[in-house]
Design a protein around this ligand. Structure first.
Ligand code: SF4
Ligand code: SF4
Length: 106
């Protein structure tokens, strides 16, 4: 059964690549559904994930829980920011292959 959902994406975001292709930061996955990092640590849960950040110069989205987790986790001591970033990057497999099995229509 197909589930339909409306998501909001920046007009200049790159098109979502096919499943298994290199991630290009299109943001579709995080706009549609929070990942395990978000579900575990970011409340209230929402789609799009509040850690999904648009990078205007690079014209792509990135994960704020990887770039600066202390910005979203107020309880995280700044000295652990880098370690948390590395942990979350591994956890979400950021910047690897696209694992979002979704079809888009405008
Ligand atoms: S994993 Fe796929 S849907 Fe998610 S940002 Fe990367 S390319 Fe886009
Ligand atoms: S925590 Fe990062 S990877 Fe996970 S849904 Fe939010 S922006 Fe996407």
């Amino acid at each position: 059964m197909q589930v339909q959902q409306i998501i909001t994406i920046h007009a200049d975001a790159p098109a979502k690549p096919a499943l298994g292709q290199a991630c290009n930061g299109c943001g579709v996955c995080c706009a549609a559904e929070p990942c395990p990092v978000s579900l575990t640590l970011l409340w209230p849960h929402q789609a799009s994930c509040r850690a999904l950040i648009w990078d205007e110069p690079k014209q792509r989205y990135f994960c704020g829980m990887v770039s600066d987790p202390a910005r979203f986790l107020r309880w995280l001591p700044s000295r652990f920011n880098l370690a948390a970033s590395r942990l979350f990057k591994r956890w979400i497999a950021a910047d690897t292959l696209c694992d979002a099995d979704v079809e888009l229509s405008e």
